[in-house]
Design a protein around this ligand. Structure first.
Ligand SMILES: [Mg+2]
Length: 242
């Protein structure tokens, strides 16, 4: 390698390392919203859990990052109890990587239907809004939603995704197996044919290839979303785009 190219290499790499360190230190509430539908076989559920643990390794649970997990499958109409839209790990509850990984290992798959929109609503209301940092503008709010197929409540997806966005939450939609691209696009950014924050893999065994993409994508989110001042604007923007 010539001297000039080494210099260029360092120039290109150095800021990225600085950013990576800075991102690890960024205050963030991150919730994995995991499809626990019956189409995901046991061995694939294990791959999903390994992937979640790898993504989590990029953050400091004892520091400024809180990570939670919601598993979803079935939603019962007209019921207040929804055992299959379930908070498996509460945001901020586990303060070490070891505790987090142990808790992830213990999560058993539900194995029913796929109420993705209801899962998003539940995550905003029960998980993010109950975080004592929800109104702290300096805290990034992020959902990593994983699904392997078509949702039963797909007509509700546009509004649910808007609801999350209007509360300052950025969603990454990750699909494997029989995912529906249009649904992932609606979930991640609200627009069909827009792949921003949409990540797909053909096979569950390739999930780990998304870890660095997620890390960089999360790092690139502009912080300081002030819900208090932007909420009205965001609501208006939602209405005008219908
Ligand atoms: Mg499924």
């Amino acid at each position: 390698m010539r001297i000039e190219s080494i210099f260029l290499f360092i120039l290109l790499q150095y800021p990225r390392h600085l950013n990576a360190a800075a991102c690890r230190e960024t205050p963030m509430d991150l919730v994995f919203v995991l499809d626990g539908s019956g189409s995901i076989r046991d061995e694939n559920w294990e791959l999903i859990k390994s992937w979640v643990k790898l993504v989590a390794e990029n953050y400091d649970l004892g520091g400024l990052t809180q990570i939670g997990i919601v598993q979803f499958s079935h939603w019962f109409p007209n019921e207040s109890a929804q055992p299959y839209l379930k908070t498996e790990i509460q945001l901020g509850k586990l303060k070490t990587e070891a505790q987090f990984k142990e808790a992830v290992d213990e999560i058993l798959i539900h194995g029913f239907t796929t109420y993705t929109a209801h899962a998003i609503n539940k995550t905003v209301n029960d998980d993010f809004m109950r975080s004592d940092r929800f109104y702290d503008a300096s805290v990034k709010k992020v959902i990593i939603l994983f699904t392997d197929g078509r949702s039963y409540d797909r007509n509700d997806l546009p509004l649910s995704a808007k609801y999350a966005r209007s509360n300052g939450i950025t969603i990454f939609a990750v699909g494997a197996g029989g995912y529906v691209m249009e649904e992932l696009q609606i979930i991640a950014n609200g627009q069909v044919n827009n792949n921003e924050r949409v990540i797909t893999v053909s096979n569950f065994t390739r999930l780990n290839s998304t870890v660095d993409i997620l890390k960089q994508g999360i790092c690139a989110i502009q912080g300081n979303v002030d819900i208090n001042s932007q909420f009205l604007l965001r609501q208006l923007r939602c209405v005008s785009s219908i």
